[in-house]
Design a binder for this molecule. Structure first.
Ligand code: AMP
Length: 453
């Protein structure tokens, strides 16, 4: 593809102006390939991992195609939902809609984001005023369909973003229900970081004669991300992490754990070590998650610890480092995790702490990404509170047999995560589940904007 600037992609001046204001000069490869295909009117199956600029790759051509239908009328009937963008998580929903707002700011097209865990009633009035572009998580969208607060019979564009993750999270039945409500005559676009057989099946089911693009090798990891593995005993991971954090000049580090409890525990341990650390995971309310993310983005929190689901779709400009405190058992998650760094051409580092018990997962990851990751045996400083296993002040990783895991004696560690009372200004409870059905609702954090002409 020889395209060198956005103007070559036949985008309208109001869109080009917004891009220039965002500092975008050159389309990324996925944008250069996808935008002409979508403008031409074809269905699209795109293999693009996060950080490649995939959001603009679908938002820009959709805006371009909707421009003639933009209306200044206040009548809701003139603003039916014409583009539906389905995403797996609330964070991604917010980020995608923020992108829509940015790119559409010089048009009259309206957008809205709806996701679960917040009071549905607060979303309804915004939906009723009419919006052209709706970004939604599947569960909450179906809630609105049931309540008849949204009409999907004029949808012309459907986007399934991070489709692989939607399947992983069990959204297939919801997706099928939603697709059955859409007009048959529409353009459908699917984006997925990985190209599993399930994804190919989904694409065969929902797309018509799609054009296929793949911006990086299937299941590849970004080339500008330096990957490294430290072989380390599980019990030494905390000390090694603290050492790596101290030794790194990275201003922001995203740390992944497998479980919510480890994320909470680790945040607490790192706080005790003097790091500005916080956890973001599914037991936290949407409000807490947004607050933690904002603090991270602003640099008030420098180490953010998250589980796969919570950290999915986080878009932090120039995030320099990702650390896998525990590597994922599903190798695709590794690709997603390290895709948090090295975005939009920036360089990044992805470090994984791998215990002997996790080596089998590491092999799966290397099989998927089709190359071996550089490994180093970690030399971990002895920590004062723990009884030394040997007389040596430092110890290094010794391959199998694995040393028995040490459990913490701090009873706090045995408790599930409990959010602080201050996090619930309305005395409401934490709400989280993959499919967006809240147990109890909290006040909405709803983003709605109408672009100014
Ligand atoms: P995405 O893969 O859509 O999550 O985008 C990753 C990041 O790249 C976001 O912060 C975008 O704002 C940024 N981005 C997208 N397209 C471009 C571009 N053409 N030039 C510079 N930055 C971009």
């Amino acid at each position: 593809m020889s395209t060198t600037c956005f103007a070559d992609l036949n985008l309208a001046p109001e869109i080009l102006k917004a891009l220039a204001e965002s500092g975008y000069i050159t389309p990324t490869p996925v944008q250069a390939q996808a935008i002409p295909i979508v403008i031409e009117g074809c269905d699209l199956m795109a293999g693009a991992q996060t950080g490649t600029g995939k959001t603009a790759a679908f938002v820009l051509p959709i805006l371009q195609k909707l421009l003639p239908l933009a209306s200044a009328s206040t009548s809701p009937a003139r603003h039916p939902v014409r583009a539906l963008i389905l995403v797996p998580t609330r964070e991604l929903a917010i980020q995608v809609e923020e992108s829509v707002v940015t790119y559409a700011k010089h048009t009259r097209l309206r957008s809205l984001v709806v996701f679960g865990g917040v009071d549905i009633k607060t979303q309804t009035p915004h939906l009723k005023t009419g919006i052209e572009i709706l970004v939604a998580t599947p569960g909450r969208l179906l809630d609105h369909v049931e309540q008849k607060t949204v009409q999907l019979n004029q949808v012309q564009f459907l986007v399934l973003d991070e489709a692989d993750r939607m399947l992983d999270m069990g959204f297939m039945p919801d997706l099928k229900r939603i697709l059955a409500l859409l007009p048959k005559q529409r353009q459908s676009l699917m984006f997925s970081a990985t190209f599993s057989n399930e994804i190919k099946k989904l694409s065969a089911e929902f797309l018509i004669d799609p054009k296929l693009i793949e911006v990086a090798r299937s299941n590849a990891t970004a080339e500008n991300v330096t990957q490294k593995v430290y072989l380390v005993e599980q019990a030494d991971k905390h000390a090694l992490l603290a050492q790596l954090l101290r030794g790194s000049d990275a201003t922001q580090v995203l740390v992944f754990t497998k479980t919510k409890i480890t994320a909470s525990r680790l945040a607490r341990q790192l706080q005790r070590d003097g790091f500005a650390a916080d956890a973001i995971h599914g037991d936290k309310t949407q409000l807490e998650r947004i607050q933690a993310l904002d603090a991270f983005k602003q640099g008030k929190v420098t180490v953010l610890i998250g589980t796969d689901v919570a950290a999915r779709g986080l878009d932090i400009d120039q995030l320099p480092m990702v650390i896998n405190y525990e590597i994922p058992s599903a190798p695709e998650d590794y690709v997603h995790r390290i895709g948090r760094t090295g975005r939009a051409g920036a360089s990044g580092a992805a470090v994984s702490l791998v215990s002997p018990e996790e080596e089998k997962y590491l092999k799966e990851i290397e099989k998927l990404i089709k190359h071996e990751i550089q490994k180093e045996s970690a030399v971990v400083p002895q920590q004062a509170p723990r009884a030394p296993r040997s007389g040596h002040p430092e110890r290094s990783y010794t391959p199998r047999p694995a040393a028995p895991k040490k459990s913490s004696h701090d009873p706090w560690f045995d408790k599930p995560y409990e959010p602080s009372a201050s996090a619930f200004p309305n005395n409401s409870q934490p709400v989280e589940r993959a499919g967006d059905k809240p147990k109890k609702e909290i006040a909405a954090l709803l983003v709605r904007r109408q672009s100014q002409p």
